[in-house]
Design a protein around this ligand. Structure first.
Ligand code: F6P
Length: 359
């Protein structure tokens, strides 16, 4: 038996481009540069404590989000900037780690795209050797190749040209959407190439697994509390089935699990800190992950509306985020919009009964 021919990321992008004979090739070049940055970060992450400079905190430094910066946050940010600045297809970049948009140096040609990224998501996990990742989003530059302003990046997620993430786990994977489904590539460390291993990824519409940081429960809004209480009640409650809970505290890793086997992730708006309407960032986290999940048939929401419809108001805006298996996210949205009557723990009305409530 012959081994099936697997496409490399480069071959995959060339095949995609054949569908658009007028394409300049800039977009492919951009994605390959992003992939190169991710390979470089993967190597550094894999060194663990052996990395020169280490994986620890940057002596007392905090980023623009007020979070402790890890050495690897800074290094990964530098890698993204350096590798992508060169490519000639960008008008500018914005990073979770930098207060203002990054201007492409004059010595490089400019292009028609904007790159937005979180260079190392979940970095609080890095010291304990748990999966982390990089998240990226590609937008069109509204002002062409002119110097970029914050305003240029304030585009609703529905307008993304492409988005994806790399997860640095036991294997490194790159998951990508160019608005035409979702494909997953595994890094062949011998070849140094991302190989197409997971074509046409799909999030199952139903699930019995949810992910939330339950230590925040006293700050949750009633619809979230209701949803989680119903999951916890399991087969004796209105849902009529048992649920499993997971929390890695690394959103890329949670998104990847959900993409592979379904589930729902919630980091909802809460009352923990009045200055932060949610924990996650709209441009660097919610929009790219939302685009990937929706392209795989799942759903991404603020709880009240599709996350991709939100008009951003600032570069580092935070937002409540719920994403994953479509039927669960729709249920959570109904609870927020108060469209679903409180279900009674009556077997006649639970999920397995003849009188199942509409999902
Ligand atoms: O935004 C960074 C991040 O590490 C996410 O990857 C993750 O989902 C979340 O923060 C974890 O937050 P917490 O520490 O509140 O569980």
């Amino acid at each position: 038996m012959t081994t099936p021919h697997r496409l490399t990321l480069t071959q995959f992008l060339i095949e995609e481009r054949r569908r658009f004979p007028d394409a300049s090739g800039d977009f492919n070049s951009l994605i390959l540069n992003v992939a190169l940055a991710c390979k470089s970060i993967a190597r550094k992450v894999a060194c663990g404590a052996l990395l020169e400079g280490g994986h620890g905190d940057v002596g007392g430094a905090v980023n623009v989000q007020g979070e402790t910066q890890k050495e690897m946050d800074v290094v990964s940010n530098e890698v993204f900037l350096q590798v992508n600045e060169w490519c000639g297809c960008l008008a500018g970049m914005a990073s979770e780690e930098m207060e203002s948009p990054y201007q492409i140096a004059d010595c490089y040609p400019k292009g028609k795209y904007l790159l937005v990224f979180d260079p190392l998501d979940g970095s609080s996990n890095i010291d304990v050797n748990v999966s982390v990742g990089s998240i990226f989003s590609v937008l069109r530059a509204p002002m062409g190749e002119a110097a970029v302003t914050e305003q240029d990046f304030l585009q609703a997620g529905a307008g993304q040209v492409a988005a994806g993430y790399a997860v640095y786990g036991p294997a490194t994977m790159l998951v990508l959407t160019v608005g035409n489904g979702v494909n997953g590539f595994t890094l062949d460390v011998n070849l140094g190439e991302f190989m197409l291993t997971h074509p046409a990824m799909q999030v199952p519409a139903d699930t019995s697994e949810f992910a939330i940081n339950a230590s925040n429960s006293r700050f949750w809004e009633p619809p979230v509390k209701r949803y989680v209480d119903e999951c916890l009640a399991g087969r004796t409650g209105v849902r009529g089935k048992d649920f499993n809970m997971r929390w890695i505290a690394s959103m890329v890793a949670e998104a990847h699990r959900i993409l592979m086997r379904g589930g729902v992730f919630l980091y909802p708006r809460d009352s923990k800190d009045a200055s932060k309407p949610g924990r996650l960032r709209l441009l660097y986290e919610a929009n790219p992950i939302g685009f990937v999940i929706e392209q795989a048939g799942g759903r991404a929401s603020t709880g009240r509306q599709p996350v991709l419809a939100v008009q951003p108001s600032s570069l580092h805006q935070r937002i409540g985020l719920v994403f994953g298996s479509r039927h669960e996210v729709e249920r959570i949205e109904r609870y927020h919009n108060d469209l679903q009557p409180v279900e009674m723990p009556n077997p006649l009305f639970n999920e397995r009964s003849l009188f199942r409530m509409p999902a």
